[in-house]
Design a protein around this ligand. Sequence first.
Ligand SMILES: [Zn+2]
Length: 237
Amino acid sequence: MKSSESRLGLWPSLGQAYAGPNLPQCLLLVGQAPQGEPGMTWCRNLLCEGSAEPGCLCRGCQKSLEEHPDLTILSPMPHTIKIDEVRTLLQSLGYHPLWASRRVVWIQEADKLGSDAANLLLKALEEPQAFVYFLLTTEHPDRVLATIRSRCHKVHLANAVTQEIRDDLRPDWMLARPLLPEHIVEAVWYVEQRFRRTHNPNWLVLWERLWQAHQALSANANQDVWRERLRQWWLLS
Ligand SMILES: [Zn+2]
């Protein structure tokens, strides 16, 4: 797989990567504290047997992730992921998925793979079975074996936004500053929280529009035009 690098906002970027024709078979998510939640979303999307929409009723989405038969999670216990765990994992990867169309392996804190374990894992990443998808998450990509990094499609998550900042996010907050793409990423966080709390589809619409705004502002679109659009969209939500 060709290595590529993305610096994207959180939720829309994962959704886009998931929906795209080039679903990465080895994905490295780089980010701080929020890596758990987008990691879970990624796994859920890959394992869903239905629409992959929030509220999907397929049997995979009804189960907790830990109970899903096609997901294997490796995490350091407590300090390193040992070679024996990777060996056991690799031995199990020949079996076809039971429920979903894919098997998913989530390596949490991939920087804590021991060097033997990392080298063994590398072999699996180089030639994964067609139905196996690897997700690696880390806060410290520089500590992940370089050859593993180069096998993975990398996505940098937006920096963590604290709960207080999310709670403080209001349209005037967003509009009072020079309108930078980073502000849009933070606004997306707020919108995502709102959608999860209310399940009001208006928030999804706003989410999509914020993503348009992010792309336009990243391409140096006129800030005043987009500020006014955002203000109206936000008021409608
Ligand atoms: Zn589902």
